[in-house]
Write a protein that binds this ligand. Sequence first.
Ligand code: NAD
Ligand code: TYD
Length: 376
Amino acid sequence: MNIIITGGAGFIGSHVVRLFVNKYPEYKIINLDKLTYAGNLANLKDIEDKPNYKFVKMDICDFDGVYKLMQDEKVDGIIHLAAESHVDRSIKDPFTFAQTNVMGTLSMLQAAKLYWENLPEKFEGKRFYHISTDEVYGALEMTHPEGIKPPFTTKASSGEHHLAYGEKFFTEDLKYQPHSPYSAAKASSDHFVRAFHDTYGLPIIVTNCSNNYGPYQFPEKLIPLFINNIRHRKPLPVYGKGENVRDWLYVEDHARAIDLIFHKGKIAETYNIGGFNEWKNIDIIKVVINTVDRLLGRPEGQDMDLITYVTDRAGHDMRYAIDSSKLQRELGWEPSLQFEEGIEKTVRWYLDNQEWMDNVTSGDYLKYYEDMYAGR
Ligand code: NAD
Ligand code: TYD
């Protein structure tokens, strides 16, 4: 197969590209990425010279460019991750989110439809896989702030912690109720993807995943931002009371789910991806502080004094919790890591890769790309 992976230079995309390039030497993997502030080719250093990998710097909104690329590369599959992804940025600049997430997705859809429908085999053997988020479902109520035993157990749930903060979970049949400009734009793109199936028969699949964590995440998101701040003994800005709940999945487990669903998922279906691993922000922050302190040889818990409560995020969703039982039941997917192992691996990676962190926080890498692509 010849596959375009959009957003392959970003956090999750780089793990998906790495998995596909290493696992499928017979495929051609084309990483299509605009290299915004969130895209970083250093995330893919270990595979950039592989013969089955190609990088193309392109904006998904560039319909003509995308259409030509699909023809030139005889593309049979698309895994679409490119997006603006940070809620706080979407609150400040909603237009960019509508442009990339909605219009960019529409441009990918229309190009795939036009290219494939003019082939002799038409949509046969083709696949447009759209990666979405659990945030489109809105927020769940926190009916049990003290935590209750959840109805399911998986490997991703922390052995010690393993609590749910309400009885309800996000299931695939829930109505969309996005609250932030980010989730509204993602919801809109999901609707376009499904509309292209219902209207033109485009072979699509949509998945909605919970919060990811792991190596190569841009340090504006909670976990890498806090690891870096703890290392430098800088304040940790906790929004509101730190009581909001997120459901965390190790990024390589998301990439494995994407591989499985791309190959075995049913056309026109939606699958939720998550590991039943809910945490209040403040609890996860304490785990991160203890882990960083321990790995840096500081007394465990020494850096708790960095916790600084700040004004809450506007429209801050209270609780996300994914029910991924359909994916587990129908395709046999299971997360591979327990949370304790995942967080230890993650903290260790950021501490061992301080150069990567310094580079993306200094902005040098942005200058590097400006120079590299000047005049193209
Ligand atoms: P990210 O911000 O780390 O990476 C996004 C990538 O898309 C970057 O490489 C960027 O350069 C590229 N990009 C942005 N605009 C582009 C454009 N116009 N044209 C081409 N490329 C462009 O994001 P991420 O966290 O890796 O998320 C990837 C996808 O997964 C997104 O669609 C996001 O909604 C979804 N998702 C993320 C999470 C999470 O926890 N991070 C959870 C569920 C779903
Ligand atoms: P984030 O990593 O931005 O992911 P999302 O908003 O998509 O879930 O934030 C995770 C949680 O952490 C969310 O409830 C907001 C909170 N948060 C803070 O308290 N402080 C911070 O500095 C950041 C970035 C997030």
